[in-house]
Design a protein around this ligand. Structure first.
Ligand SMILES: *Cc1c(COP(=O)(O)O)cnc(C)c1O
Length: 635
């Protein structure tokens, strides 16, 4: 057999297709992260994680590669710049970061810093996000766009922010908001900067398609826009309307859906200009997708277009429609969240050692002497001994039937515990033997394709699916998962990944594989005492903020890393994950109250001589230490 190489691993995990040239495997067999696509420089993830552990930063660790983030912002601006150039587009492009994708202060701060030279702005959808954006904008004058529903307090805050010098566009989502805006503007004498969100009839596609279309939650219908324009004209505010906005949903998988929305949006822009609204901006919202599984398809974890194609289509379609109508082209704004931040963060954590083989009973003897075996077990042993290529299918069916029979016989009292254990043991030997035969068959017979699932072993992994990749649970989204070491060895255990919550939903059984979606993740057999790490990739968008505290597993440790020529990398920021007391605080427990209560109770028992002073104080010490420690598995 030819030796396993790192190229074989790259294929098995499909890295070349989803990695956007940012991830590769080095000669040592470790996953590497490149600061920019295809860069000759790289950071060895395994070395990095070992170094972080030396620094006492424990897994799970969320790694944020700030160069990648910077690179994505630059790429999105660059592809639009190129498209503008190629199409002779007579206006500008500006990127807005929708902070709902990740509102972490340190992340938004970094984006604001990198983004300044690209004219980046911030998009917000709620009062807390507005306040966050105002704080980030203070001093560096980033423009802000406000979407989402707004109450009077929100509107008043935005108008006063405008008065004191902030550049904030308030987008009208509903007619009632417009009435409020007009009222507050009259009362305060402040002239707002307005946008109008239109409800397109073009829909997106996939999980988020209801963000667009006529039944969408947000935006004004055409007739409502006409009413809005009329009302703004009557109140002398029509010149405040600078921006037309639409958003047809996130992760739009097909380019033609984007084109349809653009054509309709651009037509509305043109018609509004003709009605005397001096629009300057067309804001095309988000929706730019990420190819999570690397299949370049319209499957919902993928996209059938590239960044360049997206930018080109946007610029081309808008120009075409404006030129035809003889109306000046608008400046283009896009609010790409997912495509900006998905790539830059990776969660790395350890697989909790599964090596229980040493504890397993060895029933090898039943193969030699089958006289005393129950008939069911004996039949299984016979199959095990005789199975070959030709009898494969029949033997597989008989095996399944016999293992079911063993359970029925056990339930009826005809098989004891020991005999059922024998049946289980032979069964797993048969399955492994079948697999060694199946592996050599090409193509694998249809009915045996699902067979490999019976070989799948559960790898328990030190993380919470609900905290770190909630979309995997909520909407079955695929995220690439790759071991960060030993990729020069064949990963020959088929696994599913279970988290450490007590929820049976906390398991991943669908993976990115060589031919798209697979039902088992190949990983290595873990050696005794080995620290074996796996990485979850492309998790930078939405996962952190949507993550919840199921079982009170809290925020993970997060580390910001930049590439550095001299030392390879530099740690910019370490954000310590929640300690147990912090998790408990979210549900209104107070650490010192807890200790006080337990102490009081112990003192009563000490006074009754049920517990010694030493035992009591040792227990309190342990409890205190647990309160201070990370919510995830330690040693
Ligand atoms: C969520 C949202 C975005 C971001 O969408 P992505 O698909 O992540 O780029 C942009 N604009 C609005 C109005 C949104 O609600």
């Amino acid at each position: 057999m030819p030796k396993w190489s790192i190229n074989d691993s790259a294929k098995v995990y499909n890295i070349g297709n989803w990695g956007a040239d940012l991830f590769s495997i080095n000669k040592k067999g470790n996953v590497c992260v490149h600061p920019t696509p295809n860069s000759k420089y790289s950071i060895d993830l395994k070395v990095l994680v070992d170094d972080l552990i030396k620094r006492k930063i424990k897994p799970p660790i969320l790694l944020r590669f700030m160069n990648i983030l910077e690179g994505r912002i630059a790429s999105i601006s660059r592809v639009f710049k190129n498209a503008i150039h190629e199409n002779n587009y007579p206006a500008k492009y500006q990127t807005f970061y929708p902070i709902k994708v990740n509102q972490q202060r340190q992340v938004v701060e970094a984006i604001a810093n990198f983004g300044k030279k690209h004219g980046l702005g911030l998009e917000v959808g709620s009062k807390p996000e507005l306040v966050a954006a105002i704080s980030m904008s203070a001093g560096n004058k980033l423009p802000i766009i406000c979407n989402g529903y707004k109450d009077t307090e929100f509107i008043e805050t935005v108008l006063y922010a405008t008065r004191v010098g902030y550049d904030i566009t308030i987008v009208v989502e509903k007619l009632f908001e417009l009435e409020r805006i007009i009222e507050v503007s009259k009362r305060t004498g402040i002239i707002p900067k307005l946008g109008i969100r239109v409800k397109l009839s073009s829909k997106g596609i996939g999980k988020w398609s209801t963000s667009g279309g006529e039944d969408a939650k947000f935006g004004l219908r055409i007739s409502e826009i006409m009413a809005a324009i009329e009302s703004l004209k009557q109140n002398g505010l029509v010149d405040c309307v600078k921006l037309l906005h639409f958003h047809v949903g996130s992760q739009i998988t097909k380019i033609d859906k984007i084109k349809n929305a653009l054509i309709e949006g651009a037509r509305i822009y043109v018609e509004m200009r003709r009605l005397g609204v001096n629009l300057e901006y067309l804001d095309i919202g988000g929706g730019l997708g990420v190819d999570y599984d690397g299949s370049k398809s319209s499957y919902f974890s993928s996209v059938n277009y590239s960044l360049e194609e997206y930018a080109n289509d946007v610029i081309y379609q808008v120009k075409n429609i404006c030129d035809e109508a003889g109306v000046p082209c608008p400046n283009i704004i896009s609010e790409s969240g997912r495509a900006t931040v998905a790539h830059y963060s990776v969660l790395v954590t350890n697989v909790l050692n599964n090596n229980t083989q040493t504890l397993m009973p060895d029933f090898e003897h039943i193969l030699a002497d089958n006289a005393k075996l129950s008939p069911t077990v004996r039949k299984l042993v016979d199959i095990y001994k005789s199975i070959d290529r030709h009898s494969l299918r029949e033997d597989y069916h008989d095996t399944i039937q016999l293992i079911q029979e063993s359970v029925s016989l056990f339930n009826l009292g005809y098989l004891n515990m020991n005999e059922r254990a024998h049946a289980e043991w032979v069964y797993s030997k048969i399955i492994r033997k079948i697999n060694s035969i199946v592996e050599k068959l090409k193509p694998i017979p249809d009915e045996l394709q699902n067979f490999q699932l019976s070989l799948r072993q559960t790898y328990f992994t030190n993380f919470s699916l609900f905290q770190s990749i909630p979309d995997s649970w909520a909407i079955d989204q695929l995220f690439p998962i790759v071991p960060i070491q030993r990729l020069d060895e064949k990963p020959d255990v088929l696994t599913s990944i279970a988290d450490i919550t007590c929820d049976s939903d906390g398991e991943i059984t669908s993976f990115v594989g060589e031919n798209g979606r697979t039902k088992a993740l190949p990983l290595h057999k873990i050696d005794v005492g080995e620290d074996y790490y796996i990485g979850f990739f492309l998790i930078g968008a939405y996962q952190e903020i949507l993550g919840d505290m199921h079982n009170l597993f809290g925020d993970t440790n997060a580390v910001h890393i930049t590439f550095n020529k001299k030392t390879n990398y530099k740690i910019d920021t370490v954000i310590t994950g929640d300690a147990t007391w912090e998790s408990l605080k979210y549900v209104q427990y107070d650490a010192s109250e807890i200790l006080k209560r337990v102490r009081n109770n112990l003192e009563t028992d000490v006074s009754l001589q049920k517990v010694s002073i030493e035992e009591s104080s040792h227990f309190l010490e342990l409890l205190d230490r647990t309160l201070q420690s990370y919510t995830y598995f330690g040693e």
